[in-house]
Design a protein around this ligand. Structure first.
Ligand SMILES: [Fe+2]
Length: 229
């Protein structure tokens, strides 16, 4: 069985903020991880069940409630990682710089978490999920690279990027993520964003390098000028 035969991958629109959740795993192992299970945990569990897949864990791109559930700044989102681990036996995979924020927003405990460094990988069957630390939108934002698919959370959207004016955001770190970490990805990598904000639901990095202005800054000064600083 080749990797692409084994790969199980679904993009699932959820909630009123045009979020995307994802199921990523191995058909052979019949197990998957769920990326950003906010809004409607039951529908994600049902989607996996209908495909005869078991959800074995959660991957968190970052700790904002529209991705993980919970409450922040008076904003409350149903579902999410706390509800998920109440229904299935699953650990929550989070970047170590995001873990404290995730606990605060969702109420999960340290024992529920696996804290990761950038560069870590998770394997299910023949499928390998690489964890890229991509700070900027939040300190511990991470993207998941799964066999030429980039699950990007709020780091990169189709023709856009995540906000860098929120508490914990770091515009200069976002510049380094966009022009450093993400610039190493091949043209044929397909972008799977955390929100349906673009003209299409997915795109290739080649297309994004042509049409996404946030990938086209040559200097930090140009980036800062755009942002009016
Ligand atoms: Fe966010």
């Amino acid at each position: 069985m080749t990797v692409n035969d084994d790969l199980y991958f679904r993009q699932i629109p959820l909630g009123p903020m045009q979020n995307f959740a994802y199921l990523v795993g191995s058909r052979r192992a019949r197990q998957c991880l769920v990326v950003d299970p906010a809004w409607d945990t039951d529908s994600l569990l049902e989607a996996a069940r209908l495909d005869d897949m078991t959800i074995a864990g959660a991957l968190v791109t970052h700790y904002h409630p529209d991705h993980v559930g919970g409450a922040m700044m008076g904003f409350q989102v149903p579902g999410g990682v706390a509800e998920l681990i109440g229904k299935v036996d699953a650990k929550i995979h989070v970047n170590k710089h995001e873990a404290d924020g995730l606990i605060k927003v969702t109420g999960v405990s340290e024992n529920d978490l696996v804290r990761h460094d950038g560069g870590d990988a998770i394997e299910i069957g023949d499928v390998k999920i690489e964890l890229l630390h991509t700070p900027g939108h939040t300190p511990g934002s991470q993207c998941f690279l799964v066999h030429s698919r980039l699950v990007a959370g709020d780091t990169l959207f189709v023709n856009g990027c995540g906000r860098v004016d929120l508490p914990g955001s770091d515009p200069d770190a976002m510049y380094r993520t966009l022009t450093g970490t993400l610039s190493n990805l091949d043209d044929d990598v397909v972008l799977y964003p955390g929100h349906d904000y673009g003209p299409t639901q997915i795109s290739t990095m080649a297309e994004q390098r042509r049409s996404n202005v946030y990938l086209r800054f040559r200097t930090l000064e140009d980036w800062q000028r755009l942002r009016g600083r």
